[in-house]
Design a protein around this ligand. Structure first.
Ligand code: MG
Length: 400
């Protein structure tokens, strides 16, 4: 029965990344998402290896999902050790084995599983991130965790150490339930109520998974995004569940806007109404100049604002530093300056974290930037020694 579960899966590179380092499995009864990290091709390799080994292990060993995820961890770890180019790579993994009346979920990292039942969306996993831990410890409010600068700094990942501790959950399911597995490219762009809206609007799981990705890209698409949707159909409603697809609202922006019709523009430019055009030309040129000047002034103003009101933590001369401004550059211009260079050497941090610093970790205020620096200091201390055998899952910070 579970081999016939209606399901859909979609992934999108998003708007900001050059590669898609997410991977997924949608092969009933096994479903999984993995979000690779490690820069260049390494994250790609980690996620792909993890889902490949997971699939093979489940096929060979049946329902031993925990063992399969741990085998995936070992495979990624071995691969990272054997090739310097892959050093420091890892991946999240949220895997589900779907049974007739229950599902088993095995989870590491900040991808998520959700259960939609009776119109309510319930999260089945907790994020293994610094921000989530701070929320559980009462140091920040729960609703702050999703916006916290360390929301994507992982405390656990597949492939980082030879062994990994995993969360296991078994959930009873009933007809009408829908399960969603997704990477943080979805949850960092859409709120839970927005995800719920899409799931309620799209009865077909394939359409639902595609639209979740599309909405995340439309909302900014700052990360790769992957969504897997699995339905437990109501009695006698299987055909309906797979066949019904709500009509898309026309002009809702789901498709890129049509480019301006080139032929008509060309026609206007080569129009033969010579006299009126000649008269209007200087006016148009003046308007264009004024517009350009206004855009330039607005750009300068925005740049100054960005510089004065924004903060981030990055790397400067090999040290962790606090910057005022925004990371990166626009048209070759940088809008940032160093306000404090700390005594933390970037080289003492986990490789993946070093790459995160190169990108810049944005903060809401100078004080928050200071908190991030202190968090980084802790990571360095925890990284100082090899992982103790007594605690197979130390908590270094890794950011995908
Ligand atoms: Mg991600």
């Amino acid at each position: 029965m579970t081999s016939q579960l209606p399901h859909g899966a979609a992934t999108d590179i998003g708007r900001a990344r050059r590669t898609n380092e997410d991977a997924y499995v949608a092969d009933p009864p096994l479903f999984a998402v993995a979000d690779g990290m490690g820069g260049h091709l390494a994250g790609d390799v980690a996620a792909a290896t993890a889902v490949k080994v997971l699939s093979r292990e489940v096929r060979d060993a049946g329902d031993a999902l925990v063992a399969a995820v741990k085998a995936a961890n070992q495979a990624v770890h071995r691969q990272a050790k054997s090739d310097p180019k892959l050093s420091g790579m890892g991946t999240t993994m949220t895997a589900m084995l779907a049974g007739p009346t229950s599902i088993q979920i095995v989870h590491v990292g900040d991808s998520r599983a959700y259960l939609l039942r009776d119109g309510n969306l319930r999260r089945l996993t907790r994020d293994h991130t610094v921000a989530d831990r701070l929320a559980r410890e009462g140091k920040i409010r729960a609703e702050e965790a999703d916006r916290h600068p360390q929301r994507s700094v992982l405390e656990r990942a597949i492939g980082v150490y030879p062994d990994v501790s995993v969360d296991v959950e078994v959930v009873d399911v009933r007809p009408g339930d829908r399960i969603v597995l997704c990477t943080d490219g979805l949850t960092s762009m859409l709120t839970d109520p927005e995800i719920l809206d899409v799931l309620l609007a799209e009865s077909d799981p394939e359409t639902a998974s595609r639209r979740l990705c599309d909405e995340a890209v439309r909302a900014g698409g700052s990360d790769n995004v992957t969504a897997v949707v699995v339905d437990y159909p109501r009695e006698g409603a299987r055909g309906e569940a797979t066949a019904v697809s709500l009509p898309e609202a026309g002009g809702d922006g789901s498709r890129p806007p049509n480019p301006a019709p080139l032929p008509s523009r060309t026609a206007a430019a080569s129009g033969t109404a010579g006299v009126p055009r000649r008269r209007r030309a200087p006016v148009r040129a003046l308007v264009a100049l004024l517009l350009l000047a206004a855009v330039g002034a607005a750009g300068l103003l925005l740049g100054r604002l960005a510089l004065s009101n924004s903060w981030y933590v990055g790397a400067s001369d090999g040290r962790v530093a606090v910057f005022r401004g925004v990371p990166g550059s626009v048209a070759g211009f940088r809008f940032a300056s160093v306000t404090e260079r700390t005594d933390i050497a970037v080289s003492t941090l986990p490789t993946v974290y070093q790459r995160r610093l190169e990108e810049g970790i944005t903060a809401g205020s100078r004080a928050q930037a200071g908190e991030i620096v202190e968090g980084i200091r802790d990571l360095r201390l925890q990284e100082a020694g090899p992982p103790s055998p007594a605690s197979p899952t130390p908590s270094p910070g890794y950011a995908p």
